[in-house]
Design a binder for this molecule. Structure first.
Ligand code: TYM
Length: 342
């Protein structure tokens, strides 16, 4: 039996933060033992908002290096850059032509980002989830490990595959059973870490695009900066720390981070911190964050010293990704009735 497939990706826009790590990348690492894993740096997605061409290539390398530093092992996983495999753009076009406009207009992330950009919103930003669907569907992914904020995009990918491609263009076998053109993927959203909130507002998620850098801890922040950001993190004046109080979103978030980063888990942390004040808790959280990130930061420094090695990894990843993606693209082209290339 072939192992089930996994595909996921992160945009190379700015520095990756604790949300990206705890909601996504950290969970990819364990899947490598049991699944056939594909991880791409989604650089085509990064240009759906205004971007700096001086920065794009460097951020793409940095993101790939962070995957490896976080424990993605190129001998077990296919690590590649989205734009190096042209099938992503091509399948996105085919999917564009069968996806109803109003499915995209109701995407929450589009609405949120579009509000910020006013009349500068690009067609690419609206189309972002279709490109994401292409990323996933090209690899016949069974599972897509992501944070909570990507749930709606995953549902869209499923609907496009099922309702717009398989139902319309799939064939039937001799017994009348449908032969799908595209595999319908499942999201994998773990409870812990799926929604890491901003350090300055417990009601909005930690995000790369928040102009306030104090709102997030990035994976390469030095220890002093991590400590400073946690020291300044928003809190409330109530004594004692608890999970699950809707009036205290910052408390819930910081305790949740401590539970994951210390490795102690929620129950132990709830007991440990029940009577604590912020003055005692914050240094504990800072230390847990610094220690959790230390090995990742060390590996990142080693990788940065050997850029040729990263190039080799990405070249090997591209080759493997390309062959899998091309087969799916050819199958989809055939199902849609395109004249084959001879
Ligand atoms: P991006 O770069 O915005 O986020 C990358 C991953 O990090 C997760 N994430 C979070 N998890 C918990 N708490 C947070 N505050 C937080 N912020 C971000 C995201 O859920 C995501 O898993 N559209 C994708 C990129 C993408 C993709 C794909 C993902 C493009 N094609 C195909 C999976 C499969 C995104 O949001 O990237």
């Amino acid at each position: 039996m072939p192992r089930p497939r996994v595909l996921s990706g992160v945009q190379p826009t700015g520095a990756l933060h604790l949300g990206n790590w705890l909601g996504a990348i950290r969970n990819w690492v364990n899947l490598q033992d049991s699944h056939d894993t594909f991880f791409c740096v989604v650089d085509l997605h990064a240009i759906t908002v205004p971007h700096d061409p001086e920065q794009l290539a460097a951020d793409t390398r940095k993101t790939a290096a962070l995957y490896l530093a976080a424990g993605i092992d190129p001998s077990r996983s296919t690590v590649f850059v989205q734009s190096h495999v042209p099938a992503h753009s091509e399948l996105a076009w085919l999917l564009n032509c069968v996806t109803p406009l109003n499915w995209l207009e109701r995407m929450i992330q589009f609405k949120e980002k579009a509000i910020k950009q006013g009349d500068q919103v690009s067609v690419g930003l609206l189309d972002y989830p279709v490109l994401m669907a292409a990323d996933i569907l090209l690899y016949d992914a069974d599972l897509v490990p992501v944070g909570e904020d990507q749930k709606q995009h995953l549902e869209l990918a499923r609907d496009i595959a099922q309702q717009r491609i398989n139902a319309r263009f799939g064939q039937k076998d001799a017994d009348g059973e449908p032969i799908p053109v595209l595999k319908v993927p499942e999201p994998l959203i773990l409870k812990e870490g799926a929604r890491v909130m901003s350090l300055t507002d417990g009601r909005s998620k930690m995000s790369k695009s928040d102009p306030n850098e104090g709102s997030r801890i990035t994976l390469l922040d030095p220890p002093e900066l991590i400590t400073k950001k946690i020291k300044r993190a928003k809190t409330d004046p109530v004594m004692g720390l608890e999970f699950g109080n809707p009036e205290r979103p910052e408390t819930d978030n910081l305790l949740g981070l401590y539970a994951i980063l210390s490795g102690k888990g929620r129950e132990a942390v709830a007991a440990e911190c029940a009577a604590m004040g912020w003055g005692t808790f914050k240094p504990l959280l800072a230390e847990a964050a610094v220690e959790a990130l230390r090995p990742l930061q060390q590996r990142y420094a080693e990788l940065s010293a050997d850029p040729a090695e990263l190039d080799r990894v990405l070249a090997g990843g591209r080759e493997r990704a390309q062959s899998v993606a091309q087969a799916t693209l050819d199958r989809t082209r055939a199902a849609l009735g395109f004249l084959p290339v001879h």
